[in-house]
Each structure stands twice: as C-alpha cells, then as structure tokens.
Design a protein around this ligand. Structure first.
Ligand SMILES: [Zn+2]
Ligand SMILES: [Zn+2]
Length: 598
C-alpha cells in the first residue's frame, strides 16, 4: 500500500488560502489530498498543503442543513473519493518535523489522533448531514464509501494506533465508524444493500472494528454509540424500513451467528485467543461497560447482551458449538457481579439519570426486569444444556448477592408482566440445583442467603392483591404451560420461593438471616424461632411483611388451592422438560409444595 504523508503544520496564510480554494476550486483540493511524496499538483501544491486543505474541507462539511453549495461543489470535484483514499493510505510524518525536542515529539505522538481520523470525521459529517431521501450529492458520497469501504476498514483494523488509548482526545476516534454506520442504517440510502451486503459479509471488518472500539470505550458516549450500532445489526425492525426489507428478503438473520463471531474477534485479547477466551473477554467487556455507563445506556447494554445470547443459543441448537458463549457465561463472575450491583442500585431513583423522571423510572424498570429475566433464562437454558455447570452458576449468584439485589427491587418490578413467571422458574430451578442435587457446600452457602421475608412477603401480597382483583388464579390445562402473564404465576411464585426458602433454612436455628444460634422464641406464625429478643426485634421489620400474611393467605385461598398450584407447577414442568426448552417456562424442577406453612 503506497503511503503518503500529511505534515501537520501550516501557516495562517496557508489556512486562509485553502479556505478560499475549497470554495473556488474543489477539483484542486481533491487532487491535493491524494498527493504522494515528491508529487505536486499543476498549481504547485505539495504534501505540505494536505493538512490545511483537509482543515478547510472539514469546516465546510460541518455546516448543517440541506443547502450547502460549497460541499456540493467539493463532492462534484471528487472530494469523497479523495477522502476515502486518504483514510486508507495517509500517514503523518510527525517524527520528521525539524527542531522538535524528543520529549515533545513523544507527547504529541501519544495525543495525536490517528492519521485517518480527520478524513473520516469529514465523511462522518457528510453522512450525518444526509437527507432522509438522499440527494444526488449524498448518493455520490455513498458511492465513494461503497467503493473504498473495505480498504478503509482494513486499515483501521490493522492500525488501531491511538484509537484505543484512554485519553479524552481519543474518545471521538472510537465513535466515528459507528456513527457513519448507524446513520447509514437509519436513512434510506437508495441502495440498502450498502450496509447490509457489506456489514454481514464474512470478509468485512466493520463489526470487528466497532466491537473493539466498544471494548476500549471508557465513557457513556462511546459506549452508547458503539453498542447501539452493534445492537442494531440484530434488530432490523429498528433500521430504516428499506434496510429492514433488504435484511428480511436476503434472510440475513441466518448470518447473525457470524456477526457474533465478528464481535468476539473484535473484543479478543489477542489474534490467537481461543473461542473461550474470546467469550470471556466479551462478558468482561459487558461488565466493565455496564459499570461505566450511565443513563439508559446501562439498560441498552443489557438488551445488547440478550440478543447475543439469543443468537448463540439458537446457533448451538442448530448443532454448532462455535459460539459456546452461554457456557462461559455460567462462570462469568465479573458480569454477574456488575449486573447485581446495578440491580441493587436501581432500586433508588436517580440511578439512571435522565432529566425526565418518568423515563428514568421506565429505564430502571427495564433494567431490573432484564437482569432477573436474563438470570432465569440463562439458568433455564443451562439446566438442559449444561446441568453439571449449574451449581457453579448458582454459587456465583449467592456470592455476588443476587438475592439481596432482588430483595431491594422486587417491590418495584413485581407488577411487570411475566416477572412472577421468571421468579417461579428461578426459585424452582435453584431449588433443584441447591436442595435436590447440590453439594453440602452449596447448601451451606444457601443457608446464609435465607430467609428473605421481604421478598416472600412481597410475593404473597402481590398474589393476594391480584386475587382480590381477578378472583382465583387460573390454572393451565393438564400438560400445558401457563402463559407468561397468567395469574397462575403470581400464585406459583411465592410457593416456589417459599419452598426454596424453607428448604434452605435450618428451622432449628434463629430465624434472623446470618445468625447461627439455636432458636427458642417462637414467632406467632410458627414458621420461625429466634435465639433472642434482640434478633427478633432486629428481624421484625422484614419478617412482619410476611408473618401475618402467611396465615391470611391460608384463610383466603385455602390449602387446597395452594396444593393444586404446586402440583400444577410440578406437573407441567415435567412434561415441558421432555418436549421443548422454549416457550413460556414452568414453575421449575421441584414441585413447589408449601406444606410447612399449614
Ligand atoms: Zn439470632
Ligand atoms: Zn412470624
């Protein structure tokens, strides 16, 4: 590849001159931009003119609005192609500057943006200024991008240079490719196949580049921009209708596993990393970026994570072990830690700062439901695919305070449809992997996690409230699974959770979580005993949320109803397990019987 140089120094006189030329003689600018060492234009311009010429073009490209005659002239003069070539080939000869102390050279080298950034920024300005129905000028820019795209991406991928450095001066370098792509996906560029045919191609490097930029992102803007464009590749319904139509008619969803592979390569620690190391790096990136992002970006990261897992799961089902991401997720402690820390934090308003409190609450709720749903889906899927690894997963959950985080947030998310179904699945499956099949060690760990009276009390009160409105919960037909928003799940959730809790508790010990003394003072509910008045008082605030209701619920719905829910939950699970692991899930592995409360 022939390299040509940009020398980043020019006089104020040159700057003025090029601002003038950019408007009066666009062809000359285009010819100057691609000059190589020793070459000059017929007007006598040489490489020393590239930098002021680029600066002048940048100023014109930054003018917003449909009518920008100077830009139209530049495009007609061939600027788009010249800029693309510039991205592919230009180098900066900073080290050749005379009389520069080494220390200063090093400093400038560290802070300097990549040689391809300036022309890329101009192209990005142009793309962001595209009209929704592209003009002739817009189409010329698209044609140039299309012609040069793969060379441009090759270069950016192979020479990341300073784009991955942490200094603020490099943040913009990490969003520029993503910004170009996202805009192209959102407008109608007349030929939708530009994005789709290129981005989903095995040889194209765009996705890898954006994934790498996402991995090295440090702040909300670069995290948000990079993740949202990667997310968009999985969600064509969010693209422009024409892009979506192209996506569907070319069955690009079959190429989504390749997109996941590209993302894995993008975040890969080295070029020779194994698939497992890549998946580990992917989840580590999610963990870091979840903790670094603010606002709705955290909730968006979660959506992005879920589409990747969904594709990986479907791919595994087709018999490809390529993307065994789910298996690695079972041991991804940093990610679970980040998710539960944020889940706990999300209990309080302001966690996702948004100027609109309603929107803020909406994003927080989406985040909470996302975490709980993700955990339930992962454990549910793993219980079929990797049952021997499930104990490791539920161990991480206990260690990373999943149950504490649920307790903080359940009152807020419980009303959301399908959440009681997710909690029923979670509790039922945890009971299987801890109580029924777990090692003594995991059982001991889970004893330290319970009781959780606030969680149980919230679940019971939710069911009572639903029954006051809707009457008795509706049962699924024999051998059928209740729909995800069925009131059956409101009833099953506290039974599953209560069953898990009672089986994890040692009833001879004090009922206050964490106290290991023998219990002697019985509570009025006859479910717990306390070692001392002190423990009883300290636990009262949480326990009273469930204590009175345990009896109330028996009075209102009666034992018969409880047992029938328990049987129904257990029965449907068994039939479900042998048929399919998709669709609305069931109450979990163990029949959630709750006789201890009788
Ligand atoms: Zn105690
Ligand atoms: Zn009690």
């Amino acid at each position: 590849m022939p390299a040509y140089a940009q020398i980043i120094t020019h006089t104020p006189e040159q700057a003025r001159q090029w601002h003038e030329i950019a408007r009066s003689n666009p062809g000359r600018v285009a010819r100057t931009l691609v000059l190589r060492p020793g070459q000059s234009t017929r007007e006598g311009d040489n490489q020393g003119d590239i930098y002021p010429a680029v600066e002048a073009v940048k100023a014109i490209s930054a003018i917003r609005g449909a009518d920008n005659p100077a830009w139209v002239n530049l495009v007609n003069g061939g600027i788009a192609d010249a800029l693309c070539k510039n991205v592919s080939e230009m180098v900066i000869f900073i080290q050749t500057l005379p009389n520069m102390p080494q220390e200063l050279k090093d400093q400038v080298t560290k802070e300097m943006r990549s040689p391809y950034y300036a022309p890329l920024e101009i192209l990005c300005n142009a793309v962001r200024n595209f009209q929704d129905s592209p003009t002739k000028t817009d189409k010329k820019v698209i044609a140039a991008l299309r012609k040069n795209w793969s060379e441009m991406m090759d270069r950016i991928w192979n020479e990341p240079e300073n784009t991955l450095r942490p200094e603020d001066s490099h943040t913009l370098e990490r969003v520029v490719v993503a910004q170009i792509v996202v805009r192209l996906l959102m407008i109608d560029p007349s030929f939708a196949e530009f994005n789709t045919s290129i981005l989903y191609e095995p040889s194209d490097l765009t996705v890898q580049i954006i994934a790498r930029h996402w991995k090295y992102s440090l702040k909300d803007p670069d995290i948000r921009t990079t993740a949202s464009v990667l997310f968009l590749l999985f969600e064509p319904s969010q693209m422009h209708p024409r892009q979506e139509a192209y996506f569907r008619s070319n069955r690009l969803e079959t190429k989504l596993p390749q997109i996941v592979s590209k993302i894995l390569v993008g975040v890969s620690p080295t070029a020779r990393s194994s698939k497992q190391q890549q998946a580990k790096a992917l989840f580590a990136t999610f963990a870091e970026n979840l903790l670094r992002s603010t606002g709705r970006t955290s909730a968006d990261q979660l959506d992005f994570l879920m589409v990747i897992l969904d594709v990986a799961k479907k791919d595994a089902k087709r018999g490809n072990a390529e993307l065994e991401a789910t298996k690695v997720l079972l041991k991804a402690t940093p990610l679970w830690n980040a998710l539960f820390r944020l889940l706990k934090k999300s209990a309080k308003p302001g966690f996702l700062n948004d100027s609109d409190p309603e929107k803020e609450k909406e994003h927080r709720l989406r985040f909470m439901c996302g975490v709980v749903g993700l955990a339930a889906n992962v454990l549910h899927g793993a219980s079929f695919a990797y049952p021997s690894d499930c104990e490791a997963l539920v161990r991480i959950w206990a260690n990373e305070n999943f149950f504490g985080a649920i307790e903080e947030t359940i009152e807020i998310f419980i009303e959301t449809p399908a959440m009681t179904m997710q909690l029923s699945r979670l509790a039922g499956l945890i009971e299987r992997f801890v109580v029924a099949e777990g090692s003594p060690e995991i059982q001991k760990l889970y004893r330290s996690q319970f009781p959780r009276w606030r969680t149980l009390g919230t679940l019971i009160r939710h069911d009572v409230k639903k029954q006051q409105i809707n009457g008795r919960p509706s049962w699924p037909l024999p051998n059928q699974v209740a729909p995800r928003d069925s009131t059956f799940w409101d009833h099953a959730a506290w039974q599953c959770f209560g069953s898990l809790q009672l089986q994890c508790m040692d009833k001879t010990l004090c009922g206050k979580r964490g106290c290991e003394n023998v219990g002697s003072i019985a509570c009025t509910c006859k479910v717990v005993t306390y070692c001392s008045e002190d423990c009883k008082t300290k636990d009262a605030k949480d326990h009273q949320l469930a204590c009175g209701l345990l009896g109330l619920l028996e009075d209102t719905v009666g034992k018969k109803l409880s047992n029938s829910a328990a049987k129904s939950g257990g029965q449907t699970e068994n039939s479900q397990a042998s048929t399919t692991e998709d669709g609305p899930a069931t109450a979990g592995g163990a029949a959630p019987e709750f006789n201890e409360l009788d």
